[in-house]
Design a protein around this ligand. Structure first.
Ligand code: PHE
Length: 357
């Protein structure tokens, strides 16, 4: 019995994990374990023999069970220790820097101007960037032979021979949204339509893709006076200069009659451009009273309805407001530039909170 004891106590002490320990338990005190078999032999012994061997065997069984339990606890502690060592975490280490993106000036300015026009009752309309030449030109009173088509450096979509869909273009301005909107919703209406436009042109102030916002207000008696008020109200809020002056210069667009190009007041001193003061002028948009033929093309009766439209360069007014010198940088995706000129994503422009976050 002493040999048995030594054998198991030593084996238990040397068990490396709980599985090995469990195997030992079965081997010693399990149903068919060595000690259990010995206990069964008690029945074959004489009464005297049994009186000696019985208590000894029981004591051995208890001792082994106790050793198993102690080792099991010890293994558990060791496993926990190992896990704690492994999963140790230094909560005093500085965190990894999280890079946050920024809002592009074009997005920021689009939000700003949308807030201002929304305050004046304009809702936002959208149209496709790839449109038919009918929406981009014909419906806007620009017939096929008109020089305006050539002037706009239009990108035409490829068309296979025999493809009889109408020719499609990358829209050269946001004006086709006027047609699409009136066609669908009729008059009266008051919308702005910001979005991307495309022309084959590239230098410091031109990129092949840029942004415009179209304005359209149609009702029974809308006039140029309303156009002037709306624009002056807009520029005062956008550039945050009360009483900013505008200058309307007679111009020509096929889709408006009369037409005007609009300048805003600025000063240019010591290489510093300031908007809303001085006696210089900067051109910022084209505008006019919507041509009767345009209303007609969009299914609106020109003997009943009239109104104004304008088209303004979003990139241009963004450059002016935030002092950004080169238009091309807008679309280079240079992270340093974006970090410098970008806006915090938490600074949502509102009229009451201030527009420039
Ligand atoms: N669509 C014109 C352009 O891109 C701007 C414009 C819009 C002019 C609406 C008058 C009325 O130059």
């Amino acid at each position: 019995m002493d040999d048995l004891r030594d054998k198991y106590i030593q084996a238990i002490a040397g068990a490396e994990d709980e599985a090995a320990l469990e195997a030992l338990r079965l081997e010693a005190v399990g149903k068919k374990g060595e000690i259990s078999l010995k206990m069964r032999e008690l029945g074959k012994m004489s009464a005297e023999e049994r009186q000696v061997a019985g208590p000894k065997l029981n004591a051995l069984k208890d001792e082994i069970n106790a050793a198993l339990a102690a080792k099991k606890a010890a293994l558990g502690d060791a496993a926990l220790d190992a896990r704690l060592r492994e999963e140790w975490l230094d909560v005093t280490l500085p965190g990894r820097p999280m890079r946050t993106g920024s809002i592009h000036p074009i997005s920021q300015v689009t939000e700003e101007l949308t807030a201002i026009f929304a305050d004046m009752g304009f809702s936002v309309a959208e149209g496709p960037q790839i449109d038919t030449d009918w929406y981009n030109f014909d419906a806007l009173n620009i017939p096929g032979h008109h020089p305006a088509r050539a002037e706009m450096d239009t990108f035409y979509m490829h068309r296979d021979e025999g493809d009889n869909r109408p020719p499609h273009v990358l829209r050269t301005h946001t004006s086709p949204v006027q047609i699409r909107h009136m066609e669908k919703y009729g008059a009266p209406c008051r919308i702005i339509a910001p979005g991307r436009v495309y022309r084959a042109d590239y230098d410091q102030t031109h990129t092949p893709m840029f942004h415009q916002v179209e304005g359209l207000a149609i009702d029974r008696d809308i006039s140029m006076a309303n156009l002037k008020w709306v624009l002056e109200e807009f520029f005062a809020a956008f550039f945050e200069v009360d009483g900013i002056k505008t200058r309307f210069r007679a111009s020509h667009f096929p889709f408006t009659e009369p037409s005007a190009e609009v300048d805003i007041q600025c000063s240019w001193e010591d290489g510093q451009l300031k908007i809303g003061e001085g006696d210089g002028w900067l051109e910022v948009l084209g505008s006019g009273m919507v041509h009767p033929k345009v209303l007609q093309a969009a299914g609106v009766d020109p003997s009943e309805w009239q109104g104004f439209a304008f088209g303004m360069g979003i990139d241009r007014i963004a450059m002016l407001k935030y002092g950004i010198p080169d238009l091309r940088a807008f679309f280079d995706s240079d992270l340093r530039w974006l970090k410098h000129y970008g806006f915090s994503s938490l600074g949502v422009p509102t009229l009451h909170g201030g527009l420039s976050a």
